[in-house]
Design a binder for this molecule. Structure first.
Ligand code: 59G
Length: 229
């Protein structure tokens, strides 16, 4: 049922997703440094900065992305960065990292100056992703689909983005039917996670504001992608 060109598209996206990961020496820092709120914030900032670099490289490998209008490429990256990082960090939680990253990452997020009201929706999302037991093909395609969301702010040629997103949605739908035959609603549940991600964007904007009010500093790359400072 999955055509040859759909196989090829999926292969490119999955390989790019696996090739571009946070370097192990950066990820390992999660385990080493102290646990002060300050130290946690600095580590998470380093993780996010590294993750954005990884995200940019992954996005450049999405077929057709580089032929989009350049301003639209930037608008898509800025509009999807937080969602892509929620998806990626959710894999860390659902992968139950052997080297204890999961507990440590949760601990550091819980003690990094994020107010309680954001913890619940954030960790509910992590739990809902974990319950899906997504295959890596599904993770890669879902991330590409989130990045290729046509109605991000400031996107001029939305049709061009739709033309790239639709084939991804078609492949993901077919893949879900093949990999989860006993669960016909699985594809719909995956798309439901994308809706949940949109609400997390709003919480994240408020998290940034409260960190900045407490004079927390971000890296130049994060300031650029999140329009802060
Ligand atoms: C600026 C900073 C304080 C911040 O602001 N909002 C968020 C933020 C938070 Cl706190 C939650 C969700 C999204 C964002 Cl942007 C963050 C931290 O963002 C992170 C981004 C990405 C990772 C992340 C990814 C992969 C992996 C892997 C792996 O792949 O093997 C191993 S360890 C690890 C760590 C963690 C944190």
């Amino acid at each position: 049922k999955i055509t040859k060109e759909q196989q090829a598209l999926m292969k490119v996206v999955v390989e790019a997703y696996n090739r571009h990961q946070i370097p192990q020496d950066v990820a390992k820092k999660l385990l080493q440094e102290q646990y002060s709120e300050e130290e946690n914030f600095l580590l998470l900032t380093e993780m996010a900065t590294s993750q954005v670099q990884v995200l940019v490289e992954f996005t450049k490998n999405i077929p057709g992305f580089l032929s989009l209008n350049h301003e639209d490429q930037i608008a898509l990256l800025k509009g999807s960065a937080v969602e892509a990082m929620f998806l990626r960090s959710a894999q860390v939680f659902s992968r139950k990292m052997p080297n204890g990253h999961t507990e440590v990452l949760e601990e550091r997020i819980r003690k990094s100056g994020i107010s309680e009201e954001f913890m619940t929706p954030m960790f509910n999302f992590y739990k809902s992703i974990g319950e899906l037991h997504m295959m890596q093909e599904e993770q890669a395609l879902l991330t590409a689909i989130a990045i290729l969301t046509p109605d991000r702010p400031y996107v001029k040629d939305q049709q061009a983005v739709e033309r790239l997103q639709e084939p991804m949605l078609d492949v993901l739908r077919k893949l879900c039917v093949l990999q989860h035959p006993q669960e016909p609603q699985y594809f719909a549940r995956l798309l439901g996670r994308l809706t949940e991600l949109r609400t997390l964007n709003h919480y994240h904007a408020e998290m940034l504001t409260s960190w900045r009010m407490n004079d927390h500093k971000f890296t130049p790359l994060l300031c650029e992608i999140w329009d802060v400072e």
